[in-house]
Design a protein around this ligand. Structure first.
Ligand code: ATP
Length: 415
C-alpha cells in the first residue's frame, strides 16, 4: 500500500518529512513493514506552500485500515493544525494510482476535485483536515513514480531543542563534502564558503545530506559532528532531477510552471538595483526576459558576459513575466570581431580614417591604407553549462555534477 501525507507544517514549526519518519517507526512497531520512504517535491511555484513544497509517501506491507488509523492519529498529534495555513491530507491506497497526477503536481497545478476523483477511482482511504488542501499533495505523493531517484538522509532534532540554535560542526560538513562529492551534493557551497544542508527555520530538521545512492549519503553522514539527533531517515526523492522542467519550443508559457527553452540573446544584459541581472532573449520570434537574482551570486557574471547574438538554453520557473534562471547553457558565444585602422607600413604609426569610404591615412608620413586591422577579442564566457550556486539551488533542480538530462535537451533544439 501507499500512504501519502501532506500539509502538516507551518512557518513556525513541524515538517511533513519528520511526521512521516515518526509514522514509519510507529508502523514498524505495529507490524507494518515500510519498504520505502519517499520525499516527494511538488511544483516549487505553488504560492500556498510553507517552504519547499514537500509531501511524503510511505510504501508499506500490511493492513491499510490499521495504517490509515495510525497515520491519522500521527497527523492529529503532530501537525500544526492550529495554524491558519495548515490543511493536512492523508491518503492510503492499495489500488493502482495514476502517475500522471504526480507529474502534473510537479510541473503544473492540480485541484482538490482532481485529487478526490483519483482517490475514489482507486478506492483509497482518505482524510482531509480543515480546508483539506493537503489531499492534493498526499495524493500526488502516493501517485509518485521516480524514474531517476536520488536520496537524502535527514537527521531530526530532539523535540526539546526545536526553535533553539542548532549545533552542527561546520568543518565536519566540509569534510563530508570533500570525501563524497559529486556522489553527494549541496551539503556546502564551497565557492561561497557556506553551509547549505542545515536549515535556519524552527522546524525539526537538524541537517540533510543529498546524494546519488543511500550508501553515499550514509558515508557522508558518518562524517558529521553534531548535537545528537532523535531520529534519522533515508528518503528516496525526486530532488536534483529537473522533474519540474517542461521542454518548450516557443514561449507560450504559463505562470508558475518551469521550463527548458532555447533562444538567442537579443540585447546586452542589464544589472538592476539590488544586483539583479536581466537578460532579453528572442525565442523563435517572441521576446523573453530571464532574470538572475542577487542570491545567485557569481552565476550573474556568466549572464552579464553574454552578448547579442549568443545562442543559449535556459532553465527556470516562469514567474511574473520572466524566467527565473536555475541554469543556462551557452551554445555559442563567438569571439567579438573588432576592426581598427591599420598600422602604417612605412613609419609604424597607427593610421586614422581618411573619411567615409576613403580608407586610412598616416598623419605622420602621409602613407595610405585601404584594409582595416581585424581583431578577434576572446569572450569572458565559453560554451558550456552554468548553474546557480548550491546556496541558491531549488530542491528539484538537477546539479550539473549529475549531468544534463539528454531526454529534455533533445526536445529543445538549438535556436
Ligand atoms: P514542507 O516542505 O515543510 O513540508 P511545504 O512547503 O510542503 O512544507 P505545504 O504546507 O505542504 O508546504 O503546502 C503545500 C500545499 O500545496 C499542500 O496543501 C499541497 O497539497 C498543495 N500542493 C502541492 N502541489 C500542488 C500543485 N501542484 N497544485 C496544487 N496544489 C498543490
Amino acid at each position: 500500500m501507499r500512504i501519502g501525507i501532506d500539509d502538516t507544517d507551518s512557518p513556525r514549526g513541524m515538517c511533513t518529512t519528520y511526521l512521516g519518519a515518526v509514522l514509519g517507526k510507529r508502523l514498524a512497531r505495529a507490524g507494518i513493514a515500510v519498504r520505502e520512504a519517499r520525499l516527494v517535491r511538488l511544483n516549487p511555484n505553488v504560492a500556498w506552500k510553507t517552504r519547499g513544497n514537500a509531501a511524503v509517501c510511505l510504501i508499506a506491507d500490511g493492513s491499510p485500515e490499521k495504517a490509515f488509523r495510525l497515520a491519522c492519529n500521527t497527523v492529529r498529534e503532530l501537525a500544526d493544525l492550529a495554524h491558519e495555513h495548515t490543511h493536512p491530507g492523508v491518503v492510503v491506497s492499495e489500488g493502482d494510482l495514476p502517475s500522471w497526477f504526480y507529474r502534473k503536481a510537479v510541473q503544473e497545478f492540480c485541484t482538490l476535485d482532481e485529487a478526490r476523483e483519483i482517490i475514489d477511482q482507486a478506492g483509497a482511504l482518505s482524510r482531509g483536515y480543515k480546508q483539506k488542501r493537503g489531499l492534493i499533495g498526499a495524493t500526488a505523493a502516493a501517485c509518485s513514480d521516480f524514474d531517476d531517484p536520488t536520496y537524502e538522509i535527514l537527521a531530526y532534532r530532539n523535540p526539546s531543542s526545536w526553535g533553539t540554535p542548532r549545533f552542527v560542526e561546520r568543518e565536519s560538513l566540509f569534510f563530508a563534502d570533500v570525501h563524497t562529492y559529486p556522489h553527494t551534493w549541496d551539503t556546502v557551497d564551497r565557492e561561497n564558503d557556506l553551509v547549505v544542508c542545515v536549515p535556519h527555520t524552527p522546524d525539526p530538521v537538524l541537517f540533510g545530506i543529498r546524494g546519488e545512492r543511500p550508501g553515499w549519503v550514509a558515508l557522508a553522514r558518518e562524517e558529521v559532528v553534531s548535537e545528537r539527533p532523535s531520529l534519522e531517515q533515508v528518503w528516496t526523492t525526486n530532488q536534483g532531477t529537473d522533474a519540474h522542467l517542461i521542454p518548450a519550443q516557443a514561449p507560450d508559457l504559463r505562470e508558475g510552471c518551469s521550463y527548458l527553452l532555447a533562444g538567442t540573446v537579443a540585447s546586452a544584459p542589464v544589472t538592476h538595483r539590488g544586483g539583479h541581472v536581466s537578460l532579453e532573449l528572442m525565442c523563435r520570434d517572441s521576446p523573453l526576459t530571464c532574470m538572475a537574482y542577487e542570491p545567485t551570486r557569481q552565476f550573474r557574471d556568466v549572464v552579464r558576459a553574454l552578448l547579442p547574438g549568443d545562442r543559449v538554453r535556459v532553465a527556470g520557473s516562469y514567474k511574473q513575466g520572466s524566467i527565473n534562471l536555475e541554469k543556462l547553457q551557452v551554445i555559442s558565444a563567438p569571439p567579438v570581431r573588432l576592426s581598427r585602422p591599420p598600422v602604417c607600413g612605412r613609419c609604424g604609426k597607427r593610421m586614422t580614417s581618411a573619411g567615409k569610404g576613403k580608407g586610412y591615412k598616416c598623419r605622420r608620413c602621409g602613407g595610405r591604407g585601404t584594409e582595416p586591422e581585424i581583431l578577434d577579442v576572446e569572450r569572458r564566457v565559453v560554451p558550456g553549462w552554468y548553474e546557480v550556486p548550491p546556496s541558491a539551488r531549488r530542491h528539484l533542480a538537477r546539479p550539473l555534477c549529475r549531468g544534463v538530462r539528454q531526454d529534455l535537451l533533445s526536445l529543445v533544439p538549438d535556436p
